[in-house]
Design a protein around this ligand. Structure first.
Ligand code: NAD
Ligand code: DAU
Length: 353
């Protein structure tokens, strides 16, 4: 069995659903169920004996020790994190707690469990840490993409705490020999993404007739990857990655935010036309994110070269699938857009007016 942390969130849940579609190996899913964790996403696995869900905080050492002793996973895939940059600006403490203290606690628990394993199991064990390209900081328009050797230069409390967690993971390999793997991925999009992030937020606001809030001049660049491609890359790294190595994951899909919003509007105009005008008419420029990184871009050649991974989706095919999914699953969006979500939207956007 494998242990997944954060498997009720966007990428973790996609990973668990995809894993159990293709394999019979059970998954122990450990998630605190913060605002970003939704058991509704895992409803297709409700009666599936291969999926065991446990609500627990990765900062709770005793709970982790007990789960490891009871279920004896062959690998830990660590997705759990506070993940939204804007929230990290409003409240960095939760990010330090989960991303740094939580990862440290999980590493300590994993180390104790792993140290006591018989030699063959010890050798086969893996701790895969899911991280982000934001740890590398911000690029100018002409800079080359981030590689695995780009120096760390995080700029937000979110990316600083992810960088801290990456360093701890690295240290556990060098100091204790824990067989770790780290992946640094670019911006994901796809089904089940919480509507605080750019793409699902714009779709939800467009359909609700609300303003589409573009930060600053809308010229910031992100490198987009369809979530199923990220999950496929993680499976490759888990299976054949070399312990101690890091792997960049990206789709070679650099886009300016404004272009992404325009494309979304055009897809919605075609799929769900308004009675008059275009969704583009709802675009509004709002106050920029403090410390807003200008450009992220991933060089994913190591993963391609060493493990043969390539994304299956282009940005066009992935985005069309994503828009279709949100149109067909508005009940999921309504379910996750709780009172807490509405409060967050008020907090984040009122001050940008
Ligand atoms: P998410 O916010 O959608 O989900 C995070 C999950 O972690 C939630 O289910 C939440 O309940 C859980 N969680 C939070 N704190 C916890 C704690 N203390 N204990 C246990 N569970 C806890 O995040 P996501 O977008 O799915 O990102 C998953 C991982 O991938 C993160 O580590 C993130 O840094 C990384 N990542 C995300 C992206 C992206 O574009 N979304 C890109 C690259 C890397
Ligand atoms: O690069 C990987 C990272 O991508 C992950 O590590 C993070 O967990 C994930 O949240 C994401 O971070 P970003 O800050 O890039 O994603 P977000 O969707 O918040 O914003 C994408 C871009 O869109 C960014 O330049 C800010 C802009 N934006 C965002 C929102 C929510 C807007 O213009 N308006 C908005 O309302």
């Amino acid at each position: 069995m494998i242990l997944v942390t954060g498997g009720a969130g966007f990428i973790g849940a996609n990973f668990v659903l995809d894993w159990l579609k293709g394999l019979d190996e059970p998954v122990l899913n450990v998630d605190k169920l913060t605002y970003a964790g939704n058991l509704g996403t895992l409803r297709p696995l409700e009666h599936d004996g291969r999926h065991i869900f446990r609500q627990a905080d990765i900062c709770d050492r005793a709970a982790l020790d007990e789960l490891l002793a009871q279920h004896k996973p062959r690998a830990i895939l660590h997705f759990a994190a506070e993940s939204h940059v804007d929230r990290s600006i409003h409240g960095p403490a939760d990010f330090v707690q989960t991303n740094v203290v939580g990862t440290f606690t999980l590493l300590e628990s994993a180390r104790a469990f792993w140290s006591a394993l018989p030699e063959a199991e010890k050798k086969a064990f893996r701790f895969l840490h899911v991280s982000t390209d934001e740890v590398f900081g911000s690029l100018c328009a002409t800079d080359p993409q981030f590689t695995e050797t780009t120096p760390y230069a995080p700029n937000s409390p979110y990316s600083a705490t992810k960088a801290g967690s990456d360093h701890l993971v690295r240290a556990y390999f060098h100091t204790y020999g824990l067989p770790v793997l780290t992946t640094n991925c670019s911006n994901n999009y796809g089904p089940y993404q919480f509507p605080e992030k750019l793409i699902p937020l714009m779709i939800a606001h467009a359909l609700a007739g609300k303003p589409l809030p573009v930060y600053g001049d809308g010229q910031n660049v992100r490198d987009w990857l369809y979530v199923a491609d990220h999950c496929a890359a993680i499976r490759e790294v888990l299976g054949r990655g070399v312990p101690g190595e890091t792997y960049n994951i990206g789709g070679w899909n650099e886009k300016k935010n404004l272009d992404v919003v325009h494309t979304l509007c055009d897809l919605l105009d075609a799929a769900r036309p308004k009675t008059s005008g275009s969704y583009r008419d709802q675009i509004t420029y709002v106050k920029d994110r403090p410390g807003h990184d200008r450009r992220y871009a991933i060089d994913a050649r190591k993963l391609e070269r060493e493990l043969g991974w390539k994304p299956a989706e282009t940005f066009e095919t992935g985005l069309a699938k994503t828009v279709r999914w949100y149109l067909d699953n508005q009940a999921w969006v309504d379910e996750v857009a709780s009172g807490e979500y509405r409060k967050w939207v008020e907090t984040n956007y009122a001050q940008r007016a």
